[in-house]
Design a protein around this ligand. Structure first.
Ligand SMILES: Cc1cc2nc3c(=O)[nH]c(=O)nc-3n(C[C@H](O)[C@H](O)[C@H](O)COP(=O)(O)OP(=O)(O)OC[C@H]3O[C@@H](n4cnc5c(N)ncnc54)[C@H](O)[C@@H]3O)c2cc1C
Ligand code: FES
Length: 284
């Protein structure tokens, strides 16, 4: 007698089995509620979503016929995320043609994010960010803005190419009121009161007296990460208190294609945020 195939009932499956059946490659459409044009080439897209954001978690953003790219969640709240996107190439240029009310497509969120509540809370924190790296760091800073009693002391050092490239100038003014905040420009005018130089020039001004209780978030281009970490270590920061975020070319973002793999590490699955002592080999 041939065996009778049992009927398939999804309600018989465990949560893990249902998760495994999900198509992680399938993007979903979302409506853009608001676009804020910070600079000519850096815009913030506020998008209502049906998933939870996270501190430097990222989403894959796509448009039909254009392609897909990973973008960090720069801020989030109940039912919304914000993405700050720099126009650099094919996909991002198409995204810059969109208007409020138009549709973009998202997969995610992905990545591990910063251990804001579990590790940073109750300690001293220094956030050092460059360029669009300020976007993922912003969700961390704004969390402690809203929950000032959860952080002991906080320094913020942010660097931009020039005055025209400054992101989140409104936020930065508020950060200055609550935290020890330094803004520095690669090309600036000291006569106008602007700090000129790289973020690394300000590392020796920090207080390194409590290495055990002082964490550092470093996010920006690879060269900036390399020299900032070097400077922090020379001043006495502990390797296991430095958190770096790695931006690598990605494709699937779910650990299948190998695009982001360095040795045995998949940046999309294991990162993009890593403790420096556990990820030295990922820095070029
Ligand atoms: C985890 C993660 C988070 C990111 N978060 C943000 C963000 O918040 N905002 C933002 O604007 N960008 C972010 N990026 C970078 C963004 O994904 C790339 O700029 C994007 O893929 C460019 O797509 P494109 O098709 O417009 O450019 P392309 O046409 O593919 O490339 C244009 C230029 O950008 C370079 N490029 C492309 N991808 C990367 C990359 N991953 N890293 C470095 N250089 C790249 C190319 O070499 C080329 O020079 C993030 C990347 C990762 C991996
Ligand atoms: S992007 Fe495909 S494995 Fe990480």
């Amino acid at each position: 007698m041939p065996e009778v195939a049992q009927s398939f009932n999804p309600s018989d499956l465990s949560v893990g089995e249902l998760e495994a059946l999900q198509n992680h490659y399938l993007p979903k459409p979302y409506r853009i509620e608001r676009i804020v044009k910070h600079t000519a080439d850096e815009w913030a897209f506020m998008v209502p979503v049906d998933f939870e954001g996270g501190f430097d978690k990222f989403v894959e953003v796509s448009l039909p016929m254009a392609g897909e790219c990973p973008i960090s969640i720069s801020d989030f709240g109940e039912g919304w995320i914000e993405l700050v996107i720099r126009r650099v190439g094919k996909v991002t240029s198409e995204l810059f043609k969109l208007k409020e009310g138009d549709t973009l497509y998202l997969r995610g969120p992905m990545g591990n994010g910063y251990p804001v509540k579990e590790v940073f809370s109750g300690n001293n924190l220094t956030v050092i960010a460059g360029g669009t790296g300020v976007a993922p760091a912003r969700s961390v800073i704004n969390y402690f803005m809203r929950n000032r009693d959860q952080i002991n002391h906080m320094d913020v050092i942010v660097g931009f190419r020039s005055r025209d490239h400054i992101l989140f100038s409104d936020d930065i003014e508020v950060w200055k009121e609550k935290f020890n905040t330094t803004v520095t420009l690669d090309q600036g005018d000291p006569e106008k009161g602007e700090n000129v130089g790289l973020v690394t020039a300000y590392l020796s001004d920090l207080d390194y007296n409590e290495p055990e209780h002082h964490h550092y978030v470093v996010v920006g281009p690879p060269m900036m990460i390399k020299f900032t970490v070097k400077g922090l270590l020379e001043n006495g920061a502990r390797e296991d208190r430095i958190w770096v975020s790695h931006e690598r070319r990605m494709a699937c973002a779910v650990g299948k294609c190998g695009h982001c793999r360095v040795g045995n590490t998949y940046i999309c699955l294991d990162g993009p945020v890593f403790r420096y002592d556990q990820s030295k080999h990922l820095i070029d």
